[in-house]
Design a protein around this ligand. Structure first.
Ligand SMILES: *Cc1c(COP(=O)(O)O)cnc(C)c1O
Length: 468
């Protein structure tokens, strides 16, 4: 497919600018660009076709099943988009006089109230733009807390080896060193390893529960207590909040600070580049260190993560979602997500061994190590073969503690028929692995893009058109 720059024809265009209704001003010479800006010149038809063609090559939740584990690719109700598109929300500026933005302030206050209630926390910031940004923010709160108590020597964050890669990355960015602890045979925190890892330098623990293998760690109260006893604080990675919302709260599990991925759990599409939102909620003890915004308060805050209130429209969608579902609906969504995951796991586990446990929460991890040994067909081959059946691949090779891992998260918005079909496809692929492994090595056969060189694409991405 040609790039839009390659489709450009000099002199073609479709700009329709309104007549200038202000006096013309000449720019000073030194501010003028030396060369004309190289913009593609196309007719409106061509632009429309270009983007329609691009859209057809993409695959999203609205195209079909998208069980990408850990990402909660659920259907996001249209009403949330419609409410967020109201001009009262889109046409507002945070520096308008406060009395003209009361509706928006109410949105923020209500969202704060509901999300604090759901997480068991006391205060929130909406500034962080993503989950990882929220982790970084939350860790800076932990750091500020220890510093304020004269305990700046607390520089270690304990993180289980099953954690999402952003956890250790955020800890290092926030200036901590990471102590990795191994998971036990059940995929959960190894209590002895945890006890052995705490000392007077422990700043805190980062944990997600249910963890990345989809299991709820039932020792959670003991875990968070070990950290508190050692003088540390507990950080809850709320990316898996879909599995517990309305049922159990991080605040009641002994956590002091949590980020939520509004773009996973609370009705903003995830993927495609954003905007997202990773609000950070915390207990009273961390509230004094929450970020602020200089241009809103007139005072220079100690911490500012983003302008104003972060990605406000994402918060509007989250609030709409919570208001339309209500407390009961939120609990129901959570329970259905867990039911769907268990249903799918049960339909597969005789052929594909489950990495850990008998029951899962909202997602489960299959281990294809044995299949690979016997047939040569890898987790990657199975994932690529799913594309030919119009199913988005699950998360592959994560968490790192499971070899040949495939991680499925069906979410609550999929019907039983969709799950049955996906189970049938997975069972068929298992059969095919023994009968025709070769063809699976070359899958997908019917997709626009076959097997890109993923290492090259990650290490040397070409993100900009080089005009000649
Ligand atoms: C998605 C995810 C994150 C990071 O969230 P982003 O919004 O992608 O930065 C962190 N932890 C877990 C467990 C996740 O699934």
């Amino acid at each position: 497919m040609q790039l839009i720059f390659e489709k450009s024809k000099a002199g073609r265009g479709c700009t329709l600018l309104p007549a200038c209704d202000v006096p013309e001003v000449q720019l000073p010479e030194e501010l003028k660009r030396e060369q004309a800006l190289n913009l593609p010149e196309l007719a409106e038809t061509d632009i429309s076709r270009h983007y329609t063609a691009l859209a057809k090559r993409a695959y999203g939740v609205n195209d079909g099943f998208y069980p990408l584990g850990s990402c909660t690719m659920k259907y996001n109700p249209r009403i949330d988009e419609e409410i967020a598109a109201l001009t009262g929300f889109t046409g507002v500026h945070p520096l308008q006089p406060a009395e003209t933005t009361e509706g928006c302030q109410k949105v923020l206050a209500l969202a704060e109230q509901y999300l604090c209630e759901a997480t068991g926390m006391d205060a929130i910031t909406f500034q962080p733009a993503a989950g990882a940004h929220g982790e970084f923010t939350g860790l800076l709160l932990i750091k500020a807390y220890h510093e304020a108590r004269g305990e700046q020597h607390r520089n270690k964050i304990i993180i289980p080896d099953a954690a999402h890669g952003t956890n250790p990355a955020s800890a290092v960015m926030a200036g901590f060193s990471v102590v990795t602890i191994p998971s036990g045979a059940d995929g959960c925190v190894d209590l002895e390893a945890l006890k052995a890892s705490v000392d007077e330098n422990t700043a805190g623990l980062m944990l997600t529960n249910p963890n990345t293998v989809g299991i709820f760690d039932s020792n959670i109260l003991e875990i968070t207590d070990i950290i508190h006893q050692a003088g540390g604080l507990n950080y809850y990675d709320g990316a898996n909040f879909n599995a517990i919302m309305g049922v159990v709260r991080p605040g009641d599990m002994g956590f002091d600070v949590v980020h939520l991925n509004l773009h996973k759990t609370f009705a903003t599409p995830h993927g495609g580049g954003g905007p997202g939102s990773g609000p950070v909620a915390c207990k009273e003890i961390l509230k004094p260190y929450l970020p602020g915004c200089a241009s809103l308060t007139g005072e220079q805050p100690k911490l500012q993560m983003k302008a104003f209130h972060g990605n406000f429209l994402v918060v509007v969608k989250a609030l709409t979602y919570m208001l339309t579902l209500g407390a009961e609906g939120i609990r129901n969504a959570c329970e259905t997500a867990v039911l769907n995951a268990n249903y799918m796991m049960e339909g597969l586990k005789d052929l594909y061994p489950v990495a850990y446990g008998e029951r899962c929460m909202h997602e489960f991890v299959l281990c294809l190590e044995n299949l690979k040994k016997e047939t040569g067909v890898s987790a990657l081959d199975v994932a690529k073969s799913l594309i030919d059946h119009e199913i988005h691949p699950p998360t592959m090779y994560f968490p790192l503690i499971v070899h040949e891992a495939l991680m499925f998260e069906p979410t609550e918005t999929e019907a039983k028929e969709t799950l049955d079909e996906a189970i049938a496809v997975m069972r068929e692929l298992h059969k095919m692995a023994y009968e025709d492994a070769e063809q699976m090595h070359h899958a997908p056969h019917h997709a626009q893009i076959k097997r890109p060189d993923e290492v090259l694409a990650a290490r040397q991405p070409i993100l900009r058109y080089q005009a000649d």
